[in-house]
Design a protein around this ligand. Sequence first.
Ligand code: NAD
Ligand code: DAU
Length: 334
Amino acid sequence: MKFLITGGAGFIGSNYCHYVTEKYPEDEFVCLDALTYAGNYNNIKSLEDKPNFKFVKGNITDMELVDKLFAEEKFDVVINFAAESHVDNSIKNPRIFLETNILGTQTLMDACRKYGIKRYHQVSTDEVYGDLPLDRPDLVFTEENPIKTSSPYSSSKAGADLLVGAYYRTYGLPVSISRCSNNYGPYQFPEKLIPVVFSKAMKDEKIPVYGTGENVRDWIHVYDHNVGVDMIVRNGRVGEVYNLGGHSERTNLTVVKTILKQLGKSEDLIEFVADRKGHDLRYAIDSTKAETELGWNRTHTFEEGIKETIEWYVNNQDWVDNILSGEYKEAYKG
Ligand code: NAD
Ligand code: DAU
């Protein structure tokens, strides 16, 4: 089978490319990525010589490019990881979020309709459900929760999800959607909480904790997320949404202190700063559907996973430095 993986030079997509090219040598994987500021060719450079991997630089909103690629490659499956993904950026500049996350999704699905595919999979987020109160630990998100978004980012992801549902109902496009909680692991761009804490702590710089640090996220290792996506794409039912969660709810302050402890750094580095506008309080995911229907489960506990992840960042500090210096933009020679 031939797969199109969009956003494969980003954090989750690149981990996905490493996972599937190794696991399925008989399948072919084409990665389409615009290499925006968040795309880093270094994440997938080591796949260059694999016979079942090919990289194409391009934007998912570029109708001509997408059409030509579909005509040439005749994909069986499309997995859309490509997105503007950082909530803080969406608060400052929403427009690009609507362009990439909604119009990009539409462009890909129109090509799927025109050329025919077996499955279009949308990589979505638990943020489409909004947030949960801090004092109701009994509440979790199921696939039946209404869409109720807080940020321009989550609204753009929700808009895309609704469009995916519409293409299923209106055109019969064979779609599926996964909604996952907060990922951590190798290759995460140092704008998100965990790599921010790592890169600042290593330089003994202050670590900005928004508000009180009591907001809760449900952390999942990127490997476990990607195994879930692969299972849904291959065995999940068409037209369905599957939640994927980490069963690892932690306050931001707990996450920050865990990393500082592992690095042997002082908690004095923590600096409470102005809260994020519209800051979601708590996410918690019920993944029973993926577990019972697909046999999906997590292989990492938060404690093991975060330890292994911080070790990865320590051993790959040049990867982080390369981004901080801007040098990573030169990695793709095209
Ligand atoms: P990321 O920002 O690290 O990577 C996004 C990738 O998409 C980059 O390589 C970028 O170059 C590419 N891209 C952006 N705009 C593009 C465009 N117009 N055309 C082609 N490529 C483009 O994001 P991530 O954290 O890896 O997230 C991947 C997907 O998973 C996103 O759809 C995100 O909404 C979703 N998601 C993320 C998390 C998380 O915790 N990071 C959790 C649940 C769902
Ligand atoms: O839940 C899934 C979502 O998780 C994904 O859909 C998003 O793409 C992904 O970015 C992530 O969103 P968050 O906003 O939860 O992740 P972020 O790492 O930006 O922030 C995690 C928490 O930490 C959040 O409560 C804000 C806080 N934070 C973040 C940063 C970058 C800080 O306190 N300080 C910081 O410097």
